[in-house]
Design a binder for this molecule. Structure first.
Ligand code: PLP
Ligand code: COI
Length: 345
């Protein structure tokens, strides 16, 4: 195990970071009690001290967000669509009967936390970013299955490299028979329980040398829903950008951004619709997209005994590459962003 306490920004090998926890200097915490959030503060303590009766520990009353800070060429720091994360967290909170953290305060707290950890934002050109993890948990003394009496909202940050090994090198995925969410369950919310349930299928996939598990729609098991912790997209032979539409997938901010860029910058037709797992021939390229995954090209998909290869198992396809360049160009500030997509720290 790496001793994360011993790592400093001076000793970090920025170009070779994985996706793992490194303790940074400050985190933001705010407590909710008696109907209101306190004013919140930055702290150096990375341990959380909570009641043994906390609903987060027993009943899964916990949700989180995932976003990144990007170092621009001029040294400034960009956030990518942070209001979208704030709004999605509000929806996750509503689903779990938690008090939302106000949207403006969420963005301000993210900004403050990144600023306080400024030296941990990887340099421009290293391919690494500062991953930002806001989360909320139900805390306080409790035993019955009910909403918690108190809440903790916190944000910590950690520098990261690629989520799936290889970054823009394609990797292979395997369809699992497990479900990550029920049709009218919590799949569209970013809640802890969805991820607890994904550990077994994800680990089984990795044991078989796949990058992660692909989940089918829970009602019929015929359509692709999610690629591990990322959304799916495919490019058809006639240049349509297609991505699944379902009430049980997480509405990915990266996915909606790519839909906009595919249409307005690349001139593709964009469609949210069914992606039948036995009709993958319609796609010439496919990828997984998300904050952590960025765009990770899918080389092939194993479905039962069938292995379907898209563009190539070793090289990224040209449309995926153009989408990737457009997306990260905007995030790092090299390419003009649609209005309000980039917020400076
Ligand atoms: N799907 C799941 C299950 C996820 O955990 C994530 C990560 O946040 C995504 C998709 C991608 O969402 P976003 O692009 O908003 O990060
Ligand atoms: C993200 O893309 O931010 C995720 O949440 C993925 C994973 C680390 C849970």
């Amino acid at each position: 195990m790496m001793n994360t306490e011993a790592v400093t920004p001076e000793t970090l090998d920025w170009e070779n970071l994985g996706f793992s926890y490194i303790k940074t200097d400050y985190r933001y915490v705010s407590y909710w009690k008696d109907g209101e959030w306190d004013e919140g503060e930055l702290t150096r303590d990375n341990q959380v001290h909570i009641s043994e009766g906390s609903t987060a520990l027993h009943y899964g009353q916990s949700c989180f967000e995932g976003m990144k800070a990007y170092r621009a060429a001029d040294g400034s720091i960009n956030l990518f669509r942070p209001y979208e994360n704030a709004e999605r967290m509000k929806r996750s909170c509503e689903r779990l009967l938690m008090p939302a953290f106000p949207v403006e305060r969420f963005v301000e707290a993210v900004r403050e936390t990144v600023e306080a950890n400024e030296q941990w934002v990887p340099p421009y050109g290293t391919g690494s970013t500062l991953y930002i993890r806001p989360y909320m948990i139900g805390v306080g003394d409790n035993i019955g299955v009910r909403a918690a009496p108190e809440y903790l909202f916190a944000i910590f940050v950690t520098p990261v490299g690629p989520y799936f090994k290889g970054g823009l090198t394609p990797s292979d995925f395997v369809v699992t028979q497990y479900d990550r969410a029920a049709p009218y369950g919590t799949g569209a919310s970013k809640v802890g329980g969805n991820y607890g349930g994904s550990l077994l299928p994800g680990t089984e996939a990795k044991k078989r040398n796949f990058s992660d598990a692909i989940y089918l729609d829970p009602a019929t098991h015929t359509k692709i829903e999610e690629v591990g912790s990322a959304n799916f997209f495919g490019i058809t032979h006639d240049d349509k950008f297609i991505t699944p539409k379902s009430p049980s997938i997480l509405p990915s901010i990266t996915k909606y951004s790519l839909m906009y860029l595919a249409e307005h910058r690349l001139g593709l037709t964009v469609e949210e619709g069914d992606v039948y797992v036995d009709q993958l021939d319609r796609f010439k390229e496919a990828g997984a997209c998300g904050t952590a995954a960025v765009i990770s090209p899918i080389g092939g998909i194993q479905y039962g005994d069938d292995f379907h290869v898209f563009y190539s198992e070793t090289e990224v396809g040209p449309v995926t590459k153009r989408l990737y360049n457009e997306l990260i160009g905007i995030q790092y500030g090299d390419i003009a962003a649609p209005e309000n997509w980039v917020v400076k720290v």
